[in-house]
Design a protein around this ligand. Structure first.
Ligand SMILES: [Zn+2]
Length: 256
């Protein structure tokens, strides 16, 4: 990924520029895969080796307009830490900030209002153990009840308690909140959850009778601590370079 460093501004660390390029790519990929919601929702990333600094999108951009240099650096309260003409949705950073600050291993917090994710968030039973895709992540899925759009500071503690050390959270009647130890890990976990949600919707809409999975297999999936730790397996070296090649073929301007 050396090519992503060529446009790096002076006085910026190579690590921050690389994070900017990866985060801009993540915004573009979320849009490309159909999970964006106009200018709403956000993906944030921790600036490596910084004292509580994060990168967030310039508020008002569509996700396919986000570039590395347009990302805004903010502190844990959502205040800009460098001069910037760009505005940020600092109120929307409250929940991601709480996760970033409570879990130092988390590099990226990805929030979506995707159709499949929202649809499963409305279903009483949440993600069901219906197939291999669901079983591979089901032990890593947490749930948090909807408390309205008011940003009650007390909700942050409840959300963190509900999340625990999992990586995929269903925000009931709202959407998904997915975290990763890298931007790549957060994106790939989102992809896996989206696929599982879409498969559940397709099956339920079919009205067909369910072919059951052996109880022992289902139980093992819920007990599988390794799958719960899946978010800590970093796909930076596997899926992510392939996804960046895909973006580069379509539009490499995310690196600007
Ligand atoms: Zn939302």
């Amino acid at each position: 990924m050396a090519s992503t460093v060529t446009a790096m501004p002076a006085r910026m660390s190579a690590e921050e520029w690389q994070t900017r390029c990866d985060l801009a790519a993540c915004y573009r990929l979320v849009d490309l895969f159909g999970w964006s919601d106009l200018i709403n929702t956000r993906i944030t990333a921790r600036v490596p080796d910084s004292d509580g600094h994060f990168l967030i999108n310039r508020y008002g951009l569509l996700f396919d307009e986000v570039t590395a240099s347009s990302l805004v650096k903010i502190d844990r309260e959502g205040n800009k830490v460098e001069p910037s003409d760009y505005e940020v949705n600092s109120g929307g950073f409250a929940i991601p900030s709480a996760v970033h600050m409570a879990r130092s291993e988390i590099a990226c917090v990805l929030h979506t209002h995707s159709i499949a994710g929202c649809a499963v968030s409305m279903q009483q039973d949440g993600l069901l153990p219906l197939n291999q895709h669901a079983l591979q992540i089901i032990a890593d899925v947490a749930y948090h009840d909807y408390e309205g759009t008011g940003r009650n500071p007390e909700e942050r503690a409840r959300l963190l308690a509900d999340f625990g050390d999992r990586h995929i959270m269903v925000l009931r009647n709202h959407g998904l909140l997915i975290v990763g130890t890298s931007i790549a890990a957060a994106f790939v976990a989102t992809y896996r959850m989206e696929r599982a949600c879409a498969m559940q919707l397709a099956f339920r809409q079919s009205g067909a009778e369910f072919h059951p999975i052996n109880d022992d297999v289902v139980r093992a999936a819920y007990d599988n601590v390794r799958s719960r730790l899946a978010g800590r397996n970093d796909p930076t070296r596997s899926e992510w370079p392939a996804l960046l090649r895909k973006l580069d073929r379509i539009d490499p301007s995310y690196k600007e």
